[in-house]
Design a protein around this ligand. Structure first.
Ligand code: S3P
Length: 445
């Protein structure tokens, strides 16, 4: 499968999800492992790396900047010979980051002061996503970045050898781990102490991994929502090995599928359960799901567990807004759970969903309506009345998470669901079809 081709998924109704599977490696951690590994001053072995197009775009970018990276082999093992903080070389061509927002936003910070000019490009979806959110703080630090008039890619980063970035104290205007990480990565190169205050907890893989590489961070909780993360520029990263856990965002489709399909009993092995990522578990539990964790352990600074899900009667809820950043990528799947739940589910405070790989509010509402569900989009969320899923053709809009969510919907549908434009499933979950088939989903590409 390649995202150059047009791919349609066809999912037959019924069945359940059972057995034991391991979903691929965490996308966020895979990206960061390449970035920090490349800048470290030794050899880094990564296991469990996600071989999806997004994380491979990051890998390719660092190879293009002269880093010697071997792998990934079929088990996702990679060896990076780090070049140190100042060892990157100018690439021969612009860095094409495909569909990957994480690559573009984090690299904007990391590459802002390497001493060479660089251009970051992406596909149509990435070229329409907002980049001003990362350009603004990095410009405040003294970087020169040109974007389109709309503040979108391609981004041209102009970096002179003689000017160092200045540290800033930045208050994030939105809860975004990508913006937070961008500023912290730029801060590694800045003169002085860079601080980022986040309005709500967002995934903290950058902070954990920086500390794993021996970088000192000062993290202060301001209240139950806000935190400030500070670091001093000019330090170095000491090589360490990384074991990437399975991605809870990929596990989420199976958690929803097993919850909604009668007779399911599915175990997902070695899934990352970082507290900043477990909104999907918390929300499904509030809806009445049957989820249990076992084998809890810490692997390379990240908590992991096996997650067992059995089918349950779900009920509609008003999703607590404090769970939104903790489940930000899981709302397409949660919308399917809501469509199968008894009563109404209301999502608010999730306007960020409108600027993901697609407008995920519109994409889910349109698709669910085609399948006969009474639902509507709101500026910052959705209202979904649980009902009976019918059959029909829905459009994933080239968004991997929309495609996989509607595939799971077939477990409770009365007829076949056809999902258009699914090639980008490859960005985060290349073996989705095969793995879903092994545990009972009747889906084909
Ligand atoms: C990510 C952060 C989130 C998430 C994205 C991955 C990351 O984006 O949606 O899939 O790895 O930092 P935002 O920071 O825009 O919320």
């Amino acid at each position: 499968m390649s995202s150059e081709q047009s791919i349609t998924f066809i999912a037959q109704p019924g069945g359940n999800l059972s057995g034991e599977i391991r979903v691929p490696g965490d996308k966020s951690i895979s990206h960061r492992s390449i970035m920090l590994g490349s800048l470290s001053d030794g050899t880094v072995t990564i296991t469990g790396f996600l071989q999806g197009e997004d994380s491979l775009a990051t890998l390719k970018a660092f190879k293009a900047m002269g880093v010697d990276i071997q792998g990934p082999d079929e088990k996702g093992k990679i060896i990076i010979h780090g070049v140190g903080m100042h060892g990157l070389k100018p690439p021969a061509e612009p860095l094409d980051l495909g569909n990957s927002g994480t690559s573009m936003r984090l690299l904007t910070g990391l590459l802002a002061s390497q001493g060479f000019d660089i251009t970051l490009t992406g596909d149509d979806s990435l070229s329409s996503r907002p980049m001003k959110r990362v350009i603004d703080p990095i410009q405040q630090m003294g970087a020169v970045i040109e974007a389109t008039e709309k503040g979108t890619a391609p981004l041209h980063i102009k970096s002179s050898k003689n000017s160092r970035l200045k540290a800033i104290d930045y208050v994030l205007p939105m809860a975004s781990a990508q913006v937070k990480s961008c500023v912290l990565l730029a801060g590694l190169y800045a003169e002085g102490r860079t601080c980022v205050t986040e309005p709500a907890p967002t995934r903290d893989h950058t902070e954990r991994m920086l500390q794993g590489f021996g970088y000192t961070l000062d993290i202060k909780k301001l209240d139950d929502q806000r935190s400030t993360i500070c670091l001093e520029g000019g330090g170095k990263l000491t090589a360490c090995d990384i074991d990437v856990p399975s991605d809870i965002s990929s596990a989420a489709f199976f958690m929803v599928g097993a919850s909604i399909a009668d007779g399911s009993d599915l175990t997902l092995k070695h899934v990352g359960i970082n507290p900043t990522r477990i909104g999907i578990i918390n929300i499904l539990n509030l809806m009445g799901a049957d989820i249990s964790l076992s084998n809890e352990q810490e692997v390379g600074g990240e908590p992991v567990a096996d997650i067992r899900i059995r089918s349950a009667r779900l009920k509609g809820i008003h999703i607590p807004e404090d769970q939104v950043p903790l489940a930000i990528d899981e709302f397409p799947a949660i919308a399917i759970a809501a469509a199968c739940a008894e009563g109404r589910t209301v999502l608010t405070g999730a306007e960020e969903l409108r600027v993901k790989e697609s407008d995920r509010i519109q994409a889910m509402v349109d698709g669910l309506q085609i399948l006969g569900i009474d639902c509507e989009g709101t500026p910052d969320g959705m209202i979904i009345n649980g009902g009976t899923l019918g059959s029909g053709t829905v459009d994933s809009l080239g968004d991997h998470r929309i495609a996989m969510s509607f595939a799971m919907a077939a477990l409770r549908a009365s007829g076949e669901i056809t999902i258009k434009d699914c090639a980008n499933v490859n960005t985060s979950f290349p073996d989705f079809i095969q793995l879903a088939q092994t545990c009972g989903l009747k889906v084909e590409a």
